[in-house]
Design a protein around this ligand. Structure first.
Ligand SMILES: Cc1ncc(COP(=O)(O)O)c(C=O)c1O
Length: 349
């Protein structure tokens, strides 16, 4: 067999098919750029990654190209945050147990048999953060995908799975304040009858990505998706709540949303702050009459929405309920609250 002396380099095709997009317009607004670090891996990678039961150097965590395509359609994941405590000493994972439980819930719905139990995955997350020696906030992503050379179009139920945990530094926006502009998307949220949004599956993010690109094209920072009943569901990476006439209202868990851990945290904290919180179906037009509006999610944290579809929300700055919630949430995740200590897991050194 003839082997060429040198393999010619083929440059990746440019964006010609898109008709040469105006880069400046596609770039994220400064207010939300930090959140986009989720989408693009940091240029500097961590030293270690957890894969199939062991810590491996980042460069060696490889996969054959043939194993990627079909397997990725069935992949599931979790997104967890570890915050540097206010004391500067501890690195604290926020609600690790709940995130891992949701990973197992996603696996059950997608009929993937995870080859590790809860305790093993918990140890894996802690081990990875320990060896990567983060001195700042970090994002941790355990994910599972059917492994091997799957040749069927549909990944069979119960296929062997591989589990990986990776992590990268994350710049919290909690400390920066500010709000974002949101717009209602023309894309509909996937429904429980087609691709359950309750499952944290990578495939679901195709829906969010379409909505996000449209939002950016229309000058918004983030989209708000309506569900198949034309009621408010969530953003592509966060749940949503509004405040109107002193009541906090958030779409119910049957509105086409992920069972968000931050949403649950916010409901708890708001109750403790003396706010009334109602979970129910939310009409699109209620967004336009809200005194306050905010997204909530692990990555997005508590993100105030100050403009919705071009209408200023309240005074155009984060409102009092949102600010009080953010302050409480910040104290909690940074280990300065004496409440809910059980939601924090310290990373061993
Ligand atoms: C689609 C979607 N909704 C909501 C959330 C918020 O969930 P959590 O608060 O558990 O991070 C996320 C976060 O990953 C998400 O991707």
């Amino acid at each position: 067999m003839n082997v060429p002396a040198a393999v010619p380099t083929v440059a990746p095709a440019g964006p010609a098919m898109l008709g040469g997009p105006d880069r400046e317009h596609l770039d994220p607004p400064a207010a939300t750029a930090a959140l986009d670090s989720l989408a693009s891996p940091a240029a500097e990678h961590p030293e270690w990654i957890w894969r199939s039961g062991e810590l491996v150097p980042w460069e060696q965590a490889r996969i054959h190209v043939n194993a990627v395509g079909h397997a990725s359609t069935a992949a599931i994941f979790e997104g967890i945050k570890a915050y540097r405590a206010d004391d500067g000493e501890r690195l604290l994972l926020f609600r690790l147990d709940e995130h891992l439980r949701r990973l197992f819930d996603s696996a059950r719905i997608c009929r993937l048999a995870l080859p590790y139990d809860f305790a093993q995955l918990k140890a894996a997350v802690l081990d990875l953060l320990r060896v990567n020696r983060y001195i700042e906030d970090a994002y941790v992503r355990p994910w599972a995908f059917p492994s091997g050379l799957i040749r069927e179009q549909m990944v069979p139920a119960g296929s062997a799975c591989e589990v990986v945990v990776d992590s990268w530094p994350f710049r919290a926006r909690l400390d920066t304040g500010g709000g974002c502009r949101a717009g209602v998307s023309s894309w509909q949220r996937v429904s429980d009858a087609s691709m359950p949004p309750r499952v944290k599956a990578f495939s679901n993010y195709h829906n969010g990505r379409l909505a996000m690109m449209e939002a950016r094209e229309n000058g918004h920072d983030w989209p708000i998706l309506l569900n198949e009943r034309h009621k408010v569901s969530e953003g592509p990476g966060a749940c949503i709540a509004l405040v109107r006439n002193g009541t906090v209202i958030t779409p119910s868990l049957t509105s086409g949303v992920l069972e968000s851990i931050t949403r649950d945290t916010a409901i708890t904290l708001l109750g403790e702050l003396g706010e009334t919180v109602v979970e129910r179906e939310v009409d699109r037009s209620e967004l336009y009459l809200a005194d306050e509006l905010f997204f909530m999610g692990t990555a997005w944290e508590i993100l105030p929405i100050t403009v919705v579809d071009g209408l200023t929300v309240g005074a155009g700055t984060p409102g009092p309920v949102t600010r009080r919630l953010t302050a409480e949430y910040t104290r909690l995740v940074r280990g300065s609250s004496d409440r809910h200590q059980g939601w924090l897991t310290e990373v061993p050194r």
